[in-house]
Design a protein around this ligand. Structure first.
Ligand SMILES: Cc1cc2nc3c(=O)[nH]c(=O)nc-3n(C[C@H](O)[C@H](O)[C@H](O)COP(=O)(O)OP(=O)(O)OC[C@H]3O[C@@H](n4cnc5c(N)ncnc54)[C@H](O)[C@@H]3O)c2cc1C
Length: 585
């Protein structure tokens, strides 16, 4: 893999730019590349190149689902400091006191270098809710669509390579663009287990959405597109797309393996960033603005160590207060998920590549044709509002909480999946994930130093509605497994959770002990109206109480959007870049 940034684009030491971007992740590289079209821009990134630092596991699509050991959520997770921040949360008091490892990309590309590449937009009603909370109608789906389109380049699925009549993707080509450097397409191999489980979801009434999920309707099922380079069947990240583009077309300067340690202020105006590269400390000055894109955990931490946050927290850590902003770090939303799994008779991609008899052909297919099991990425997902039957099992307060959401908002996401059990046998899984996280967590600091990890409380199950909805989702997953298509591949009784987990109390206990993240945390620097309890930035992503500073990443989503977030992260970076450009003209 070539190192992409030209030598003259790698920064060292003190310098001045129009814009200084903290974090070369998903949003950071996108906004930096766009700003560099008309201004001088620096990006400070703590990591380097994931292709060289982590190799095939971060590049080959199948391995993004199964081979990334770094996403292990257990406390005994494998340590990969070259690409992961190695964050460990506070014990989750409502979830078996578990401390979980929360993988976050520390590399050019950020978490787009570690994610499972699914490209999913949220529902029009969710963006309407965002617009209402931000007090800005430019956040409705129709008004955001140009930025969604601008941020991607769609390549239609290669049906010949997919070679699966039951898995032809349905989508609306009009909701995609063609000019962006970021490739979105479909994988070139379909896992047979997932095809059967997709049929099982359809059998219980979750029909295929004829437009896919990029047109504002997030209900029904779809073969999910991925951020994938369709020609080579390799991961597409903000690094392989926007950084590549900026390297070829702009004077963007990158500071890799460099940690931003503090945002510097003159009074309440941000003037630059203090940076540490291997012990050398220097200043990058911003003539115009500092853009903070350090992600959901590190953006609020950076604000706090720089003097912006709840006054009591800043004072307790001897940090001079630049702006008392109580919402910083306060509105963490983390959607959680549980699995229902059976042993299955169908082969899966992991099994094929693990078998010495079938691996050589799989390798040949991947290397020569960019196809076969190694090219397998995102599969089949369905969204739905709970059925009346399941809704009637919820508590009154949960029903009331759901009723307050927009009427077309999906409530549960089902992901048809497959993996290898510890004995090497193929398993099929039907996971249920809550679409609207009612529980609130927080991010705070333990010291004034950015070198000390942020203190993360995910707040799992702090609102009982999440457990209630997840139990209903688990029951629905069981209904899918009971359907004829799933039964035709199931090799017997349910393995996870197992038939002994039967009553509502047992199901809730199972859910609390076993639910896990799907790595979509958001909202720790929420967008809102000035003075609102959680509001940290206005609708232009400008931080309240100071000048010359914006936050542009997933931390500014005002709530956890149903769906998958990266599509909206790329979109928001495009949108704010455009707002800055228009303001600068
Ligand atoms: C395992 C996993 C699977 C996922 N699967 C999907 C999926 O299939 N579909 C989907 O839509 N979303 C998925 N996501 C979520 C999605 O990838 C993230 O929401 C998105 O990438 C977040 O973008 P961001 O710009 O907010 O942060 P990031 O992309 O994480 O970028 C933050 C960057 O800031 C850098 N940084 C932080 N602090 C500093 C500092 N002090 N100095 C310098 N640099 C700093 C970091 O190193 C990082 O590069 C997944 C995430 C993970 C981790």
């Amino acid at each position: 893999v070539p190192l992409r940034v030209r030598a003259d684009q790698v920064g060292t030491g003190d310098a001045k730019f129009d814009y200084v971007v903290i974090g070369g992740g998903t949003a950071g590289l996108t906004i930096a590349a766009r700003l560099a079209e008309f201004a001088s821009v620096a990006v400070i990134e703590a990591g380097g190149y994931y292709e060289t630092d982590y190799g095939n596991a971060s590049v080959v699509p199948l391995l993004s689902l199964t081979g990334i050991d770094v996403i292990d959520p257990s406390e005994a997770f494998p340590h990969r400091p070259e690409i992961d921040w190695e964050l460990l949360t506070e014990p989750q008091t409502n979830a078996g006191n578990r401390r979980v490892h929360y993988a976050q990309g520390k590399t050019l590309g950020g978490s787009s270098a570690l994610n499972t590449m699914s490209y999913v937009r949220s529902s029009a009603s969710a963006y309407q809710r965002w617009a209402d909370l931000a007090g800005d109608s430019s956040y409705t789906f129709d008004n955001l669509l140009p930025y969604f389109k601008k941020s991607v380049r769609l390549t239609p699925p290669n049906l010949q390579k997919r070679n699966a009549v039951n898995a032809t993707p349905e989508y609306d080509p009009n909701s995609f663009g063609s000019g962006s450097p970021l490739d979105v397409s479909w994988n070139n191999w379909v896992d047979p287990t997932i095809s059967w489980l997709a049929k099982s979801l359809q059998a219980i009434g979750l029909v295929v959405n004829p437009k896919g999920w990029s047109s504002g309707d997030l209900n029904g099922g779809s073969w999910v597109p991925s951020t994938i380079d369709p020609a080579h069947a390799t991961r597409e990240s903000s690094q392989t797309s926007f950084l590549d583009y900026a390297t070829g077309n702009t004077q963007l300067v990158v500071y890799p393996h460099s940690q931003a340690t503090k945002i510097l202020f003159d009074g309440t105006t941000a003037t630059g960033v203090s940076v540490n590269t291997d012990g050398t400390v220097y200043t990058l000055s911003a003539n115009k603005e500092v853009i903070l894109s350090a992600g959901v955990f590190h953006s609020p931490q950076m604000l706090m160590v720089s003097g912006i946050g709840p006054k009591s927290t800043l004072e307790a850590n001897n940090i001079p207060v630049i702006a008392d902003l109580p919402g910083v770090g306060q509105n963490l939303r983390d959607p959680i998920s549980v699995n229902v799994a059976h042993f299955v008779s169908t082969p899966n991609a992991q099994g094929i590549v693990a078998n010495p008899a079938t691996q050589p052909e799989a390798l040949r297919q991947y290397q020569e044709e960019a196809a076969g099991p190694y090219s397998s990425a995102a599969g089949y997902i369905s969204y739905e509002r709970l059925t009346d039957e399941l809704r009637s099992t919820l508590s009154d307060s949960t029903r009331a909480a759901l009723a307050a959401l927009p009427s077309d908002s999906p409530e549960v996401q089902f992901i048809a999946g497959t993996f290898l059990w510890t004995n090497g046998s193929a398993m099929g899984s039907m996971s249920a994930t809550i679409c609207n996280t009612f529980s609130r967590g927080s991010v705070t600091i333990s010291s004034a130093s950015i070198s000390d990890a942020p203190v993360i409380d995910l707040g799992w199950f702090s609102d009982p509605a999440d457990g209630d909805v997840l139990v209903a989702g688990l029951k629905r997953s069981r209904q899918a497994w009971a359907s004829e298509p799933a039964q035709s591949i199931s090799l017997g009784a349910e393995v996870i959770p197992g038939d002994s987990v039967a009553t509502d109390e047992q199901l809730l206990e199972f859910v609390k002990a076993n639910a896990n993240m799907i790595w979509h945390p958001s909202s720790t620097c929420s967008m809102g109206k000035e003075g609102d309890k959680d509001a940290v930035v206005d609708s232009g992503a400008r931080v309240f109480g100071v000048q010359g500073l914006r936050v542009v990443d997933i931390s500014i989503f005002p709530f956890s959007l149903p769906g998958h977030p990266q599509a909206s992260v790329y979109m928001i970076a495009e949108k704010i870049a455009d707002a800055i450009k228009k303001g600068a003209q």
